[in-house]
Design a protein around this ligand. Structure first.
Ligand code: NAD
Length: 596
């Protein structure tokens, strides 16, 4: 995972232990300072899953390629001028160029391989030689904000599950959601379920991960065994009380036991690290210690056993779906892994269907099932981070959301829940799914919700109402910034699932519009299956920041609308019309109006 040029954590990182806070800066300007703080925030021991190995989340998703590379990025950022740009290639700083003030300060390209070589095998070889790192999404783009980052996405997804499948009840009250994986991202699930009034039962092989989620308030209790967990979950569901319980077992053990006992959860998903069969997913029949040793001693056999376990995992999900459970895949490529691996003809445990008649994709992905209508409207996982380190700054921005979007009840509910229930990790941050034009925007200058909000935040920084600059960024899994045919772009209306031009256009758009950090990533763990891009804008109260907020944060969500309008989604075409996003070959946007 590192290039071997340095072992052990760097003393520079040891000294930081997370981002610096306050208003004194160690760089030439706030935009460089913001990049440095975001990098260190990604590697904060309270934020990252395994920072001593540079790992932020998602199996082996790193923030820098090696400790030497980390130290050099820090040095480069400290001395980077306001008209220079640092180039980072797979977590290693490779150049500093003279550009101009409005250009990005940092450009990042991570884990991109040409298609013929876009495989785990080739990646591992390069990783071993110190030539590449796994960056996942926000790990290598320095936009990770801890488990909160995926929380609102899961909350929105589950709210939609409730609306579609259980319209007669409030959210998921009285319903049991079964899932697995309490890692950096998966750890959000129990809280997202209880925020929707439901009951969550979650299998996680690592007791340490369970304890971490309980300490940070993401999960309520740990059960010693499955019987106890199921009993407590049923009891709470019968009383309609929101509740979450984790059980230290393999996901497959939990699901097969449920099938054996005739206990069918209402909703079922999964956030184990199935995308990585070697360093992420745990095969059945081992403790984590035994499995870690097994991986070291015989990686090939480990991979075989992990994939065999995944097959049983997917089989159990589909068996439960056949018995009435609402099942969906949640972005870990478990279906793709099994589709690639499957060749046996063992019958399913209960239904007796032979293997060649099973399709792992028989249960849907979460984006086509629940999220795509939001992407069509340019809505997605927007977030901001208070560089001051002060929680009050985030609470002030929460107020601003309420002031600016007075009619958006679901946004208000989200902010209330987040304030009550989300513990900050590292720099205080807020995720908030904003998008294109707000329904209540009556202004002459049509701007996206994100741009309008960022402009107001910039004003608050300028006036000193926020104590230091704020960085706005997002997850790569947004409407216009990712191509991943087994996840965000699965089952597109026009069949354009695998077209990776869109995230590239998104990154180029962000550069053209002047974002402060722009990144393009290949695989997020599933080789050959993803290209994505990300952006950061630093709001330091200046006119330049206002200009960037106006252009970047309007153009960026517009690419989501364009991408979905091009694919023929009516909601996106309507959004383009309402938001004056011009789509040349569709009858939308201001130019069409002018020619009418
Ligand atoms: P992580 O590596 O931090 O955690 C994964 C967890 O799964 C670990 O705690 C591990 O012990 C547990 N685990 C592995 N195999 C298991 C098994 N068979 N049974 C029970 N527990 C098992 O990873 P993460 O950051 O939490 O990400 C999890 C997955 O979710 C990844 O595949 C990632 O790509 C995906 N993801 C999806 C979204 C989304 O928007 N839906 C967002 C981020 C990540």
């Amino acid at each position: 995972m590192t290039d071997g040029s340095s072992t052990g954590p760097s003393p520079v990182w040891e000294e930081y232990q997370g981002a610096r806070t306050g208003t004194d800066i160690e760089c030439e300007g706030w935009r460089q300072e913001a990049a440095l703080r975001m990098l260190n925030n990604n590697l904060d021991p309270d934020v990252a899953e395994d920072p001593e190995n540079l790992v932020v989340y998602g199996g082996i998703g790193q923030a820098a390629r090696s400790w030497d590379a980390y130290e050099t990025i820090v040095e480069e950022l400290r001395s980077l001028a306001d008209d220079q740009t640092l180039l980072v290639q797979s977590g290693k700083p490779v150049g500093r160029l003279q550009t101009h003030e409005r250009a990005p300060r940092v450009l990042i390209a991570n884990t991109n391989l040409v298609s013929k070589y876009d495989t785990w095998e080739h990646f591992r070889d390069l990783d071993e030689k110190g030539l590449m790192m796994m960056a996942n999404y926000t790990a290598g783009s320095w936009g990770y904000i801890g488990t909160q980052g995926v929380l609102q996405g899961t909350y929105e997804t589950l709210a939609e599950v409730g609306r579609q499948h259980f319209p007669e009840i409030e959210g998921l009250r009285g319903k049991i959601v079964a899932t697995a994986g309490l890692g950096g991202m998966g750890g959000n699930q129990p809280l997202a379920v209880t925020m929707n009034q439901g009951v969550c039962i979650v299998a996680e092989v690592s007791e340490e991960r369970i304890d971490r989620r309980i300490e940070t308030g993401y999960c309520q209790e740990k059960a010693d065994n499955l019987d106890e967990a199921i009993e407590r979950a049923r009891e709470h569901a019968e009383r309609g009380k929101p509740y979450s319980v984790a059980v230290p077992v393999n996901a497959v053990k939990m699901l097969e036991s449920m099938l054996d006992r005739g206990i069918f959860p209402d909703v079922l998903t999964d956030m184990t690290t199935a995308h990585d069969e070697l360093n992420g997913y745990y095969p059945l029949g081992y403790t984590t210690e035994e499995a870690d040793q097994f991986r070291e001693e015989d990686p090939d056999r480990y991979v075989e056993e992990a994939l065999d376990t995944m097959e049983r995992h997917v089989d159990a999900i589909i068996e439960l779906q056949d018995r009435g459970t609402v099942a969906f895949a949640y972005g870990n490529n478990i279906r793709g892994q099994v589709a690639d691996h499957r060749d046996g003809d063992e019958p399913w445990p209960l239904s007796g269907t032979p293997a060649d008649e099973r399709d792992p994709f028989d249960f849907p992905g979460f984006v086509p099932a629940y999220v795509r209508p939001l992407f069509c409207r340019g809505k997605g996982p927007f977030r901001w981070v208070a560089l001051s380190g002060k929680e009050e700054d985030i609470y002030r921005t929460d107020e601003l959301v309420r002031e600016m979007f007075p009619d958006d009840e679901s946004l208000h509910r989200w902010i209330d829940l987040a304030q009550e229930q989300v513990e900050f990790q590292g720099l205080p941050a807020r995720i908030c799914w904003l998008g294109q034009r707000a329904e209540d925007d009556k202004s002459d200058e049509p701007l996206s919700e994100r741009a309008r909000f960022a402009l107001r935040v910039n004003e608050l920084v300028g006036k000193g109402e926020l104590s230091a600059p704020v960085v706005v960024t997002r997850d790569q899994l947004d409407g216009g910034s990712v191509a991943s045919p087994t996840r965000a772009t699965e089952d597109m209306k026009d069949g354009s699932d695998a077209v990776a031009d869109w995230p590239i256009l998104n990154a180029l758009t962000n550069c053209a519009a002047g974002a402060d950090i722009v990144s393009v990533h290949g695989s997020a763990g599933s080789f050959g299956l993803a290209t994505s891009s990300n952006n950061h804008v630093v709001l330091d109260g200046s006119d330049l920041a206002a200009e960037k907020a106006r252009t970047v944060l309007d153009a960026d969500p517009s690419t989501a609308v364009l991408r979905h309008a091009d694919a023929g989604y009516e909601e996106a075409i309507e959004e383009a019309r309402e938001s004056d996003v011009h789509v040349p070959m569709r009858e939308t946007g201001p130019l069409d109006y002018e020619t009418e």
